[in-house]
Write a protein that binds this ligand. Sequence first.
Ligand SMILES: *Cc1c(COP(=O)(O)O)cnc(C)c1O
Length: 389
Amino acid sequence: MTSEPAFPHLDDAALAALAPETLAVAAGRPERGPDSPVNPEIVLSSTFVGLGGVGEGSRGYARFSNPTWEPFEDAVGKLEGSPLPALLFSSGMGAVAAAMSLVPVGGVLVAPRHSYSGTLGLAQLKAERGELTLLEVDIDDTEAAVAALDGADALWVESPTNPMMEVADLPALVAAARTAGVLVIVDNTFSTPLGQKPLGVGADVVVHSATKYLAGHSDVLLGVAVTASEQLRGRLHQHRTLHGAIAGPVEAWLGLRGLRTLALRVERSQATAGELARRLEAHPAVVRVRYPGLPSDPGHERAAAQLTGFGSIVSIELDGAEAADAFVSRVALWLPATSLGGVESTIERRRRHAAEPLTVPEGLVRLSVGIENVEDLWEDLRQSLESGL
Ligand SMILES: *Cc1c(COP(=O)(O)O)cnc(C)c1O
């Protein structure tokens, strides 16, 4: 009998110790063997053969688990620094809903006033139905947020917030929440695990709209929830199984495919965002720029201390809704569209959405910076700003 050639490979511990940009490329690969594929296969099956016992096939039905989810779940779990794989959902809101189900019935949820509108909408709906009490806070006001934790059951954090770009003092909030026995859930969509790892400072659950940076190409909707607690993961898994917000295998595969270039995309778009923020701040047609990378930004010091990057979202304020709408209507390279985190730059006036909080200025335009050339992006913004002067 000929012995098969050995293919050295990194075990889980060795993989988890890699730099994040390496991890995004190396994690979630099929086992190495002669002629093994380098990418996972897409398994299109709604059910799996098995008798249910150990070694007899226990996967069951594709709403419980699917082999195509697992490489992506494994990679995202490791990127967030969890010993457990992430749980994949059909959308960011699928993951948000599962995480929010951890708030006990009748419990108190503290959340940022400027949370993602879907998250806030879900929390408000639950509050209207008497399922929970919602306390909205300015999440960059640590003192107010900590005061709200008295008697609370869960704290929801987004940082930086959408679209106001407020930066939370995450370590201080988590420490106060732990002392008060309050569960902490962090929506890490804006920062990505390359910018901050909330589990590392003691948060209980991290959620992402993987539709955004993790998948990165505006071609799928996906969500993930990550926790280092077996017990919480069990509850999130149960929620996914019973509510059915499961990802399709093709979408899961695309998610992992997108994740491979996460570090390159974030590095480029972040550098470009910083440069555009500086130029926009110096432009006379721009009233205000919110970008934590600008030394003038109120969140700058905190962001510099807590984040390994300032992100790729820049919010600017123009002189009212009309000026902002006109500005957005004149760009030709930037895509006037909602959503963010794709390779293509998108731009929108946020208050055009009825669900946007009224504390977001009418003239606020959110820019999601993609990976295009910085001069091309600037020229498009500049011509639009200046044809309105
Ligand atoms: C888009 C988004 C969501 C919702 O994700 P979907 O994939 O659209 O369901 C949640 N949180 C943040 C911060 C987002 O930007």
